[in-house]
Design a protein around this ligand. Structure first.
Ligand code: ZN
Length: 179
């Protein structure tokens, strides 16, 4: 049962390009995922323009260096790093949205990201015209290791959101607006 392929949560596509890449948002600050969880080969850093739906903002493009397995076409993004970058960005863009829910949809073509970094956010249609949804979102299971009896199952950690400025900023927002 657990081996059954996961059905995507969404039955519609947002980006206009053909979906590509598998994606893992890694909530565990204990591991930097140096090896691919699918094929066990070494991952390499690679920068991707991530298309992120931020609640209250809409599509947002963030350039982010991720771990990447080219064989599996799998992108692994550390959640703590991503949220610190989102915090930095929205401190300038719209501080009221710090701590908002978000969802990493896919990638956009590099030139779309460059236009976005030039200052103006790309128009919605323009961003989606050059965006590709991820083929699938995968969850990471993390066993912190250590000795255990040979027949014992791995001790998997529960994924909990990392402690980031993005998440801490949510409470600060309430304080700011009530003053
Ligand atoms: Zn791999």
């Amino acid at each position: 049962m657990s081996d059954a392929p996961k059905k995507p949560g969404r039955s519609f596509r947002i980006g206009k390009l053909t979906p590509r890449y598998g994606f893992i948002l890694n909530p565990f600050t204990e591991t930097r995922v140096s090896k691919c969880p699918l094929c066990d080969k070494l991952n390499f850093p690679r920068k991707f323009p991530l298309l992120i739906a931020v609640e209250g903002w809409g599509p947002y493009v963030q350039g982010k260096t991720c771990k990447y397995c080219s064989k599996c076409e799998l992108i692994i993004c550390h959640q703590d790093e991503l949220e610190e970058q989102l915090f930095q960005a929205f401190t300038h863009l719209r501080p009221a949205l710090i701590g908002a829910d978000y969802f990493v949809i896919g990638t956009v073509e590099t030139r779309t990201m460059k236009a976005a970094l030039g200052g103006d956010s790309p128009g919605l249609d323009d961003a989606l015209e050059h965006a590709a949804d991820f083929k699938k979102h995968l969850d990471l299971e993390f066993d912190p290791g250590g000795w255990r009896p040979a027949d014992a199952p791995p001790r998997l950690l529960e994924p909990t959101p990392p402690d980031t400025s993005w998440r801490r900023g949510r409470g600060a927002l309430t304080d700011r607006t009530s003053q």
